[in-house]
Design a protein around this ligand. Structure first.
Ligand SMILES: NC(=O)C1=CN([C@@H]2O[C@H](COP(=O)(O)OP(=O)(O)OC[C@H]3O[C@@H](n4cnc5c(N)ncnc54)[C@H](O)[C@@H]3O)[C@@H](O)[C@H]2O)C=CC1
Ligand SMILES: O=C(O)C(=O)CO
Length: 386
């Protein structure tokens, strides 16, 4: 028998039982569920990462849908338990869903939701923050001040890298990668080189137009290039930011050999998923190349860091906070709740998961549609014509 898991209950007499494995920011998501006849149970356990056993206990004998977190292992066992409890809907409170076995969800006919769009700019802004912090050695300099070591201006004190006119490399120029690229190109007048399986046409158009604007102003225009290989980006870029999804093709995308191809003074940023970098190889590379710097939001064995990383001055590390702005986190909670609610209600799937704004307008009722279901095609779910 699994140990009971503590919960907080909203709208106890609601017809549909929805479980959220964590408390989430804001109250709109709660109100949307309870207004639509859901009994909402929010897990209040103190431990951060729930086990499969904990979640099975939460699902119980009758459960219509679950809102879960990227730290949880949503595979065969959980989808089987949810399906047995009558559930047809699960949503990650995240855009990335590498923690979800979508084939297992398909097998049990469970729709899998995610939360795209609402975190694009927030995540790109953190990647840009890490880039600046690494380029200008802000964390090292802050530690130096607090340690009382500053005794006057010096020509060599914390000299870093200028971004203007340098090349920013983006691996994975999807929603977040493109937003980051625009920030770096427009904000710091950097040239762009990117690698993606698909052409980022809108991004290319943006850089072309911005380059023309700069030229018409008598300034050096910015340029863009779509690289034929990832190695081309690694060799040419001064800053490289990783924004692909995590799957078999991106696991250890940055390894020992690829690190060796990068410039000795390059800066590597990772706000995607930890296993995209071979972190052991990264620690060795950082030790051997003190001018190479890295800004990491995510880690291979999250929440742990590989031995040695925390001691390195040329690494900036933050605890997976890239999407942590109030607006974004409340929006993620809303989208996750509406994914589950929409499936329970039998709504069609929203026609464009990149345009989720109508669901986020606090002053209007959300559309009668499901914002984003990653296995909509596999489950042959109808698509909204709105
Ligand atoms: N650190 C954090 O808090 C956050 C992390 N993320 C991570 O960022 C990822 C990307 O999010 P979005 O930009 O919204 O997704 P997206 O799907 O718009 O972009 C991903 C891009 O990666 C490209 N890609 C896939 N395989 C590739 C490969 N082998 N080589 C190069 N490019 C490849 C895709 O073609 C696509 O353009 C998420 O899957 C998630 O893992 C997202 C939000 C917050
Ligand atoms: O959405 C995601 O994929 C995250 O990593 C958390 O914002």
């Amino acid at each position: 028998m699994a140990k009971p898991v503590s919960i907080e209950v909203w709208n106890p007499n609601g017809k549909y039982r929805v479980v959220s494995t964590k408390s989430m920011p804001g109250t709109r998501w709660i109100n949307l569920l309870i207004q639509q006849d859901c009994r909402l149970e929010i897990c209040t356990e103190k431990k951060t990462i729930l086990s499969v056993e904990d979640i099975i206990a939460l699902i119980g004998d009758k459960c219509d849908g679950v809102i879960g977190q990227l730290t949880e292992d949503w595979g065969e066992e959980l989808f089987s338990a949810l399906s047995k409890a009558g559930g047809k809907a699960f949503s990650n409170m995240a855009v990335g869903y590498n923690n979800v076995d979508v084939n297992a969800a398909n097998k049990y006919g469970v729709a899998v939701g995610n939360t795209p769009g609402v975190l694009t700019e927030t995540t790109a802004e953190l990647a840009a923050s890490l880039t600046l912090a690494a380029a200008r050695r802000i964390v090292e300099a802050d530690e130096f001040m607090r340690a009382g070591l500053y005794d006057g201006w010096l020509p060599h004190l914390f000299v870093g890298n200028l971004l203007k006119g340098q090349t920013v490399g983006v691996i994975g120029a999807g929603r977040i990668g493109s937003a980051y690229a625009r920030m770096m190109v427009e904000g710091f007048k950097m040239n762009l080189i990117y690698f993606d399986l698909y052409q980022a046409t809108r991004l290319e158009k943006f850089v072309t137009a911005y380059g023309a604007f700069l030229k018409s102003n008598g300034e050096t225009p910015v340029t863009w290039k779509r690289a034929a290989s990832m190695d081309e980006v690694l060799q040419e870029a001064d800053i490289i930011s990783l924004h692909p999804i995590l799957d078999k093709t991106t696991y250890h995308l940055v390894n020992k050999e690829r690190l060796a191809k990068m410039k000795k003074e390059a800066i590597l940023i990772n706000c995607s998923r930890g296993p995209v970098i071979d972190e052991v190889a990264l620690v060795d590379h950082l030790r051997e190349n003190p001018m190479f710097r890295v800004g990491l939001d995510v880690f291979e064995d999250e929440p742990y860091m590989k031995p040695g990383l925390a001691e390195l001055k040329n690494a900036i590390v933050v605890p997976h906070i890239a999407s942590a702005s109030k607006w974004t986190r409340e929006g993620m909670a809303t989208l996750a709740a509406l994914n589950v609610l929409g499936k329970i209600k039998g709504y069609p799937v929203w026609f464009d998961a990149n345009r989720v704004e109508p669901f986020l307008n606090e002053n209007a009722q959300p559309p009668a549609a499901i914002p984003s279901i990653v296995n909509a095609k596999a489950l042959s779910l109808p698509v909204s014509k709105l």
